[in-house]
Design a protein around this ligand. Structure first.
Ligand code: URA
Length: 242
């Protein structure tokens, strides 16, 4: 990575908006490598420069990757006028340009990747790549072999084509059944529409994996953590090879 402007560095690291950080710089509150710098346009090497705001050192990150266990009742967006967003849960981060990779419905919980890595996000969500996503669902009705076959054959959910073959595992068949389903595409309300198509409305829905990334069950709804090095390498490898 090359040199970047001091004001961009500070704004990217959430010190303030571009105009706020310009004011801080001009007010002499920012030191670069030991000396006060009053030039917002000053070019610095973000990996090497030691930047202080007052006494606080501003560390730099090109990319950040978080796994959130999305709770119900928030939207998978960066801003919303009505509901909390998934970003409200990720309180400790450096970058200002984070976003959720893909969408889970308001009432869906589970695995959501939050990053500013647009290339990885594209590989994980592009329909061309068929990244598997696995969900656990509670459905209204006794799920059985006929449903397993229907999911494997592809379902008519009102699109031009049938859904791609999906893997359905019935974990508990009862008046309300517990199922695990893996899909290789991401149509709007896909899982709910697939179960509607077999007459068993979804009552609860939780995503448990996406590609090689598996929800850490130690994360309560609303909790998040950074991806481990292994998780990130695994996910990059997985997405590259799809
Ligand atoms: N399918 C759905 O119906 N909802 C989700 O949130 C994700 C997949």
């Amino acid at each position: 990575m090359g040199l970047i402007r001091l004001d961009k560095f500070l704004a990217d690291m959430c010190v303030g908006t571009r105009s706020e950080v310009k004011k801080l710089i001009r007010a002499g509150q920012i030191r670069v490598d030991g000396a006060v710098c009053r030039l917002p346009e000053k070019k610095i090497d973000p990996k090497l420069a030691k930047v202080l705001h007052g006494s606080e050192e501003i560390g730099y990150a090109d990319y950040e990757y978080f796994m959130l266990n999305k709770p119900k009742g928030c939207v998978s967006a960066t801003e919303d006028g009505r509901y909390p967003t998934v970003m409200d849960f990720v309180t400790e981060h450096k970058r200002k340009d984070l976003f959720p990779v893909g969408r889970l419905d308001l009432d869906t919980e589970g695995l959501l990747l939050i990053t500013n890595d647009g290339a990885l996000a594209h590989r994980l969500t592009s329909p061309a790549h068929h990244i598997p996503k696995t969900y656990e669902a509670g459905v209204d009705g006794i799920a059985g072999e006929a449903d397993v076959r229907a999911f494997a054959a592809g379902l008519d959910i009102g699109e031009n084509r049938l859904t791609l073959p999906a893997e359905l595992v019935v974990l508990k068949a009862n008046v309300i059944s517990l199922v695990r389903v893996t899909v290789y595409e991401g149509k709007f309300h896909q899982i709910k529409r697939m179960f509607e198509a077999v007459g068993k409305p979804v009552l609860s829905l939780k995503r448990i994996s996406m590609g090689s990334l598996i929800l850490d069950e130690g994360l309560d709804p609303g909790a998040y953590r950074s991806l481990t090095k292994d998780e990130l390498e695994g996910l990059n490898c997985y997405a590259q090879n799809k």
